[in-house]
Design a protein around this ligand. Structure first.
Ligand SMILES: [Zn+2]
Length: 80
């Protein structure tokens, strides 16, 4: 599933259940390389960095991540 996709956003961030990480795909803040986070709070901070840099982040991305932290926890778990 994705948090922020290219059609409404400059950032494409998605959950990679097999790696147990949230990945920012072709990240403009990381010289075009993917960057991954194992904590949802780190992914939120990263999205805020994109917004501070003037990038458009999908409006539901941060609320969705915050909801998940409350419901299933900050740590991204691998699929079992
Ligand atoms: Zn990024």
């Amino acid at each position: 599933m994705s948090y922020s996709r290219s059609f409404d956003s400059d950032v494409y961030m998605f959950l990679d259940r097999f790696q147990g990480v949230i990945t920012c795909f072709i990240c403009s803040l990381n010289k075009g390389d993917d960057i991954s986070f194992s904590q949802r709070s780190d992914a939120i901070e990263h999205l805020k960095q994109h917004m501070a840099a003037g990038d458009i982040v999908g409006g539901r991305a941060i609320p969705l991540l915050e909801k998940e932290i409350q419901e299933i926890g900050d740590e991204v778990k691998k699929k079992e």
